[in-house]
Design a protein around this ligand. Sequence first.
Ligand SMILES: [Ca+2]
Ligand SMILES: [Ca+2]
Ligand SMILES: [Ca+2]
Length: 254
Amino acid sequence: MGWLDATEGFDLDDDGAVDNLLGLLSSIANPHYERTVRNGDRIEILDIDLGSWPAEMNDDEVALEAAFFRAVDADEPPDPTNNYDGAGRFLAVQEQFDVNCRPTSKFDEARVRGRRVEMKTDRLPFVVGWRGTAEFRRLQFEGEFDDTRTRLQAKVGAAWTSCSLSTLPSPMNQEVSSLDGLVGLEILPDIDMDGDGLETMVMENQRVIACIDGDGSRIDGKNCACDPRIADGYSIAYFMELVPAQVLGIADWR
Ligand SMILES: [Ca+2]
Ligand SMILES: [Ca+2]
Ligand SMILES: [Ca+2]
């Protein structure tokens, strides 16, 4: 998996143009994804309810239940070499479930027709490690299975909220947040989630110190991106190849 180039992705704001602002940084991000997927630090599970699938592939559209969640290796000690051979065994992290043990990251809509899978959800919280949770809005997933319906090539697009980026450390400098890092590169949110125009941020000493709402009003403070008036996000698009996996249970993050 990795980030798609800025020219590829989904139209998240219905203006007819692809939205993938963070694709600008794909050449910086992708070596990190490649490494962490290979060494087992990044395990993402797409749980599709196979029970409602037709046994024979046909052109009927079938609604599915699906959820996305973060997982860890179930092998003791963790063995990343078998993660992608179709027999890998994993434990879902408990932070992806609510108190009734339902996934917090279910898709609102999921359907399959022939080889193609299309899914959507308005809000998807995704655990990115002990550091915290990424929040994606307007998430779209499109994938295509191979002949045996075991491997799935997919792309996923979403708006990654400024608030959640402000709670996660920058991969390039752990002293600042991912939002500080982006605004420092003059990369500002491009998806207007709350319809009041695009929000901007004010920096001082490499950190966001204030947010300017879509209507021009200023919200001071380093936590301004999590004020309810600040809702916009950064468009992003991922490519991924999914293989069969077994989920044995739920684990604490480790
Ligand atoms: Ca667009
Ligand atoms: Ca806005
Ligand atoms: Ca706003």
